[in-house]
Design a protein around this ligand. Structure first.
Ligand SMILES: [Zn+2]
Length: 131
C-alpha cells in the first residue's frame, strides 16, 4: 500500500516541504561534515534537476546516523505535516531557486509576501520551481 507511486510522491513531497521549511535548523543540528554535505547535495539536486529522491534518502540516512531517530521522513510523519500546495490539488509545493545555478539561495514560495527573492550574487530574481 505505502509503495504506491502516488504514496511515494507524496512522501517525497512532504519530506521536501519539511526540508525547505527547516533547512537551517537541520544543518545546525548535524555535526558531521558528511551530513552537512548531504544537505547541500539535496539543495543541489533540487536546483539542478538531479536525483532528488536519492538525495532525500541520503540526508534521511545521515540524520538517523546522527542522533535524530526520526530522520527526515519520520519527522514529516510525526508532525503530520500538511503544507500549502500539498493535497487535493495534486500539485507539489514550489520553491524559489537561483536562476544561474551558482548560489544555494532558496526561498520557500509561501514565505514570500511582497518582493520576489533574489540571487545572493547578482540580485537577479530567483526562478520558481514546482517540486
Ligand atoms: Zn544565485
Amino acid at each position: 500500500m505505502t509503495d504506491r507511486p502516488e504514496g511515494r510522491a507524496r512522501r517525497l513531497s512532504e519530506a521536501l516541504a519539511y526540508f525547505f521549511d527547516h533547512v537551517e535548523d537541520i544543518r545546525r543540528q548535524l555535526a558531521e561534515e558528511e551530513s552537512r554535505a548531504a544537505v547541500d547535495a539535496l539543495l543541489l539536486a533540487v536546483r539542478d534537476d538531479g536525483d532528488v529522491d536519492a538525495a532525500v534518502r541520503r540526508l534521511n540516512a545521515r540524520m538517523r546516523a546522527e542522533r535524530d531517530a526520526l530522520g527526515l521522513y519520520g519527522r514529516t510523519r510525526a508532525t503530520g505535516a500538511q503544507l500549502t500546495g500539498i493535497g487535493g490539488t495534486g500539485r507539489g509545493p514550489a520553491v524559489y531557486l537561483c536562476p544561474h545555478r551558482r548560489c544555494l539561495r532558496h526561498h520557500w514560495a509561501d514565505d514570500t509576501a511582497d518582493a520576489s527573492p533574489t540571487c545572493d550574487q547578482d540580485g537577479a530574481p530567483l526562478r520558481l520551481k514546482r517540486l
